[in-house]
Design a protein around this ligand. Structure first.
Ligand SMILES: Nc1ncnc2c1ncn2[C@@H]1O[C@H](COP(=O)(O)OP(=O)(O)OP(=O)(O)O)[C@@H](O)[C@H]1O
Ligand SMILES: [Mg+2]
Length: 220
């Protein structure tokens, strides 16, 4: 099933001369991992922000489940349908690892009593031990922190995962680990995973590799 469809999507920042995203039409399906590569400034992060409903296209439409994002409640779309993973982790430094995963669930109205076991299950799923869950994020390695960020992004049950350089700063083994997690989410659980990456290892592991250049998108 198609998760997101873009029809002739163009985005121009206010006062900019060129389009950051230029006339992109494509479909992102559930069950696939998509990697987007391309030079700095080619529009990759802008495209992700359009998919996430953080910005609306200047022209064209982003369609989720048959509805254009302009017709959806965007707060709800972002909260319920989209998970974002960033390179900079964005973990809360003064909360333990497990609290970091519980917190967004509680914000979404999950009872704290139910949030904790669910958080532990998600963390175990990405290889974080019970002992590591009680630590502060600063007491984990970069790769472990990134896995916590993935577990936290799964807490919402959103079916679309958007990542901007989710393996940036990680070594080969940790990168492979994140690739394995993202591929199994797509292939076994049917998530639609769309990641921007500079890492060719990640691009090669994806089901579909796309290249951006000057705001335009091509299948590699
Ligand atoms: N808030 C903004 N206002 C104006 N122009 C912007 C803004 N954000 C990005 N741009 C411009 O839009 C173009 C695309 O930027 P974008 O951040 O999407 O590129 P990118 O492919 O993600 O680059 P990188 O690999 O460096 O992260 C660039 O020319 C950039 O300067
Ligand atoms: Mg970027």
């Amino acid at each position: 099933m198609s998760a997101l469809t873009l029809t002739n999507v163009t985005y121009k920042y206010k006062n900019a001369i060129n389009n950051a995203v230029s006339d992109i039409s494509c479909t992102f399906e559930e069950g696939n991992v998509y990697a987007i590569v391309g030079p700095s400034g080619s529009g990759k992060s802008t495209l992700l922000s359009l998919l996430a409903g953080l910005d609306l296209p200047t022209e064209g439409e982003v369609i989720f489940d048959g509805d254009s994002l302009v017709n959806l409640n965007l707060d709800r779309y972002r909260r319920e349908s989209i998970s974002m993973i960033f390179q900079a982790f964005h973990l809360f430094p003064l909360m333990t690892v497990i609290e970091n995963v519980c917190f967004p669930m509680e914000l979404c109205g999950v009872n704290p009593k139910d949030a904790r076991p669910r958080a532990a299950e998600l963390l175990e799923g990405v290889g974080i031990t019970k002992e590591q869950m009680q630590r502060f994020p600063s007491k984990l390695s970069g790769g472990e922190r990134q896995r916590v960020a993935i577990a936290r992004s799964l807490a919402s049950n959103a079916r679309i995962i958007l990542g901007d350089e989710p393996t940036g700063n990680l070594d080969g083994a940790n990168t492979q680990n994140i690739i394995d997690i993202l591929c199994s989410l797509a292939h076994e659980k049917g998530y639609c995973v769309i990641i921007v990456t500079h890492d060719m290892e990640v691009a090669e592991a994806a089901d579909v590799a796309l290249r951006m250049r000057d705001g335009m998108l091509r299948i590699v």
